[in-house]
Design a binder for this molecule. Structure first.
Ligand code: NAD
Length: 299
C-alpha cells in the first residue's frame, strides 16, 4: 500500500520503519530534514511538505505530531492536508491530543469528504521500535477495519474505542489514572520505608495485595526495587515527566470543557508541574518519588 507519514520523531520514525519492513511504500515528511533523510536511507521517499505527501498517490496518511497545534496546522493550515488531499485517502492521526480538538479536525476532514481516525498509542518508544504498540482508535467501524491491517504492522493491540475522538478519550483517561497511581505508589513506598520497612519487602507485599498496580509492580519508583526500570538507572529513559504533564493537561482541559471534576487528576498535574519546574522534566515520571524522599531538593 502507498502510505504517507508525517512526523518522524521518537515515535513516528520507528513506526514508519515498521511499515517499510512490512512491505509498504512510504512517502514521508517532517520539518526536520535529518529526520526525513534517515527514513529515506531506510527506503522511504522524502517529501517537502504535507501537500507533497498528499500528492504522492497515497491511500492512507498517518500523522504523529507533538500536540494539537501541530495537528491543526498540518491538517487545517492554509496549505495543510485538507486543502489538497483526495477525499478517498484515509487519514489517521496517532498524535496524543485532546479529544475536543481531535473531533474538530475529524469534522473538518469529513466536510472535505475524508475519513479521519484518531489513533493515539501507548507503549512508548520501546513499543514503537518493537511494533508492539497499543492503538486506541476512534471513528466508524468501517474505517477502523480499513486501518486495522496497517496499524497491526506497528502494534499488537488495535482497539476500536467507538466514535471519533474516543481513542483520545481512552488515552487521556488511562494516562490520568497512571499519573495519579504513580504518585500514590511513591507516597506509600516513601511512608513505608521511612517507617523502617525494607523497600523490596514492602513492594512485594503491595504487589500481592490490594494496592498492586502497574506503577508498583512494573515501574516501581523506589530505586533498587526492580531491575531494568528507570528508578534503577537514575530515572533515565522511560516516560518523561513533561510528557506526563502534557497528558494530564489534556485530561484537565477536556474535563473543564464538560465541567467534569477530576480532583486527583488536577492535583497530580500540579505535582508534576512543580517537579518539572525544579528541572526534572526530562526524568521518568516515577522520579516524582524524590518529592517524598528528598523534599528539600525540589522546594
Ligand atoms: P517528537 O517530538 O519526538 O516528534 C515529533 C515530530 O514531529 C518531530 O520530528 C517534529 O519535527 C515533527 N513535527 C512537528 N511539527 C511538524 C509539522 N508541522 N510538520 C511535520 N512535522 C512536524 O514526539 P514523539 O515522542 O514522537 O511523540 C509524538 C506523539 O506521540 C506526541 O503526541 C506524544 O504525546 C505521543 N506519544 C509519545 C510517547 C513517547 O514515549 N514518546 C508515547 C506515547 C505517545
Amino acid at each position: 500500500m502507498n502510505i504517507g507519514f508525517i512526523g518522524l520523531g521518537n515515535m513516528g520514525a520507528p513506526m514508519a520503519r515498521n511499515l517499510i519492513r512490512a512491505g509498504h511504500t512510504l512517502t514521508v515528511f517532517d520539518l526536520s530534514a535529518p529526520a526525513v533523510a534517515e527514513l529515506v536511507d531506510a527506503g522511504a521517499t522524502g517529501a517537502d511538505s504535507p501537500t507533497d505527501v498528499a500528492h504522492a498517490n497515497v491511500d492512507i496518511i498517518i500523522t504523529m505530531l507533538p500536540a494539537s497545534a501541530h495537528v491543526k496546522s498540518v491538517y487545517l493550515g492554509e496549505s495543510g492536508l485538507l486543502s489538497t488531499v483526495d477525499p478517498q485517502v484515509l487519514l489517521i492521526d496517532s498524535s496524543t491530543i485532546d479529544p475536543i480538538s481531535a473531533r474538530e479536525v475529524a469534522r473538518a476532514a469529513s466536510a472535505n469528504g475524508n475519513s479521519l481516525l484518531d489513533a493515539p498509542v501507548s507503549g512508548g518508544t520501546g513499543g514503537a521500535a518493537a511494533g508492539t504498540l497499543t492503538f486506541m482508535v476512534g471513528g466508524t467501524e468501517n474505517e477502523f477495519e480499513k486501518a486495522r491491517p496497517i496499524l497491526a504492522c506497528m502494534g499488537k493491540n488495535i482497539v476500536h474505542c467507538g466514535a471519533s475522538g474516543n481513542g483520545q478519550v481512552a488515552k487521556v483517561a488511562n494516562n490520568m489514572l497512571l499519573g495519579i497511581s504513580m504518585i500514590g505508589v511513591a507516597e506509600a513506598m516513601a511512608l513505608g520505608t521511612r517507617l523502617g520497612m525494607d523497600a523490596k519487602v514492602l513492594a512485594s507485599i503491595i504487589n500481592t495485595s490490594s494496592g498492586r498496580c502497574w506503577s508498583s509492580d512494573t515501574n516501581n519508583p523506589f530505586p533498587g526495587v526492580l531491575e531494568n526500570v528507570p528508578a534503577s538507572r537514575g530515572y533515565s529513559g522511560g516516560f518523561g515527566t513533561d510528557l506526563m504533564l502534557k497528558d494530564l493537561g489534556l485530561a484537565t482541559d477536556a474535563a473543564r470543557a464538560i465541567r467534569q471534576p477530576v480532583i486527583l487528576g488536577a492535583l497530580a498535574q500540579q505535582l508534576y508541574q512543580q517537579f518539572s519546574s525544579g528541572g526534572n522534566g526530562g526524568l521518568d515520571f516515577s522520579a516524582i518519588i524524590n518529592n517524598y524522599l528528598e523534599p528539600a531538593k525540589n522546594e
